[in-house]
Ligand binder design. Structure first.
Ligand code: FMN
Length: 406
């Protein structure tokens, strides 16, 4: 039996299967991070520094993994993070993911730069989904997109603030996905031809490959390069918290600010009227060298817990990671790469079984810690923080822990 006949039971198994199926530039696009990828690596590795407390003989016959966020029921404290161009990883990929999220009673977030439009998702699902937006220079366009999202039933806006400038993802230049060299273009075409399965299923049958939320703005509807140029020209490096206050006046649903990595920014987000924050470094794709998100969580939770909903993404690869983040102060987490790997590997069966795995792992982790409800998971369940870094000692909940932030 080869590796590829093995039943996938982890994010890493799906990643290996996805790599077999995707052209190299697409695999690199999903897997890669900025510059030397230090932050990308520490997002995952830093979860190992926290150990959980095992408690026994506590009647865990009624484990309930569900929670509520903004008044919405979630079967577990997990949501699908916005991933640009996910429709290149499976045929109409964002619709597939939104349906899987609905099946599993967790939120799906549609990226501004998705292949499928908000209207396409709305037509295919019943559950309201979340919509992610960046601050664009053209505020009229921002209002237009907000309006379309609201008409498509979105009640929660995930506003991403860590893209004042695009991060340097070197893999995307190296493999020809970005840049305009002849060598790059030849390499790109060669990679396509080595993946005939992807080429037919998604490259041909998965069209149109336009960015569905921006088709009104970009003329040549099938040219992804034009979209990229348009989007990059629209990122607004002059944006400040005042723009969030403006946004607050123009969006009547919840606003979650995504990309917070600093206590003062968390406070500013609350002051500007946000209902929630996502502690996020964009999956290590923007500022390389910034801390992992899990290391930032204790101090931010310590400063703003109770004033806002705290979400976290970056490096969550299984249900144990979810529980560690909840214990360290998050209300919920999001996953980015894991759902795309599973979908690229095995379509909707892949993404549904990945979500069942998370559900099973969350359940067994809670049971083995002696906990029946998500609301009972707190810092007391983190037994130890192992760090080679000098530690500061934030207090969250009742006890003090060592935290590796510096
Ligand atoms: C391929 C890819 C595309 C992404 N596109 C977006 C995007 O369009 N908008 C956004 O806010 N975040 C985007 N992100 C960041 C994710 O929403 C999320 O913060 C990150 O993937 C979490 O880390 P994880 O992949 O380790 O789970 C993207 C991430 C990846 C891997």
């Amino acid at each position: 039996m080869s590796m590829y006949d093995v039943v996938p039971v982890s994010t890493n198994d799906y990643k290996k299967l996805a790599q077999k199926r995707l052209p190299n530039f697409l695999f690199d696009y999903i897997e890669g991070g900025a510059n030397a990828e230090q932050t990308l690596r520490s997002n995952v590795a830093d979860f190992d520094k926290y150990t959980l407390k095992q408690r026994v003989m506590r009647d865990v016959s009624k484990i309930d993994t569900s929670t509520t966020l903004f008044g919405e029921y979630l079967s577990m404290p997990l949501a699908l993070a916005p991933v640009g161009m996910a429709g290149l990883f499976a045929r109409r990929g964002e619709v597939m993911a939104a349906k899987a999220a609905e099946n599993n009673a967790i939120p799906f977030t549609l990226s501004t730069v998705a292949i499928c439009s908000a209207e396409e998702i709305h037509a295919a699902t019943k559950q309201p989904f979340w919509f992610q937006l960046y601050m664009l220079r053209d505020r009229g366009l921002v209002l237009d997109i907000l309006n379309r999202a609201a008409l498509s039933g979105c009640n929660t806006l995930v506003f991403t603030v860590d893209l004042a400038l695009p991060g340097m993802r070197l893999r995307d230049y190296r493999n020809g996905m970005l840049g305009n060299t002849v060598k790059g273009k030849i390499s790109y075409l060669t990679q396509l031809l080595t993946r005939p399965g992807w080429l037919f299923d998604i490259g041909v049958m998965g069209k149109p490959h336009s960015l569905g939320n921006l088709t009104h703005q970009v003329k040549s509807a099938n040219d992804l390069n034009r979209y990229k140029a348009f989007v990059e020209s629209q990122f607004d490096p002059s944006a400040t918290w005042k723009d969030i206050a403006w946004l607050r006046q123009n969006w009547h649903g919840n606003i979650i600010i995504k990309g917070i990595m600093d206590v003062n920014d968390a406070k500013a987000a609350i002051d500007s009227g946000a209902d929630g924050i996502v502690i996020s470094n964009h999956g290590g794709r923007q500022l390389d060298g910034v801390s992992s998100t899990i290391n930032k969580l204790p101090s931010i939770a310590n400063a703003v817990a109770g004033q806002t909903s705290i979400l976290l993404d970056g490096g969550i690869r299984n249900g144990v990671d979810v529980i560690k983040a909840i214990a360290l102060g998050a209300n919920s987490v999001l996953i980015g790469r894991p759902w795309v790997y599973a979908m690229a590997a095995q379509g909707d069966a892949g993404i549904n079984s990945l979500l069942s795995l998370f559900q099973q792992e969350i359940t067994s982790t809670m049971g083995l810690m002696g906990v029946n409800n998500i609301k009972d998971i707190n810092i007391d369940l983190i037994e130890q923080f192992n760090s080679h870094l000098d530690s500061v000692v934030p207090t969250v909940g009742h006890s003090a822990i060592h935290c590796g932030e510096n």
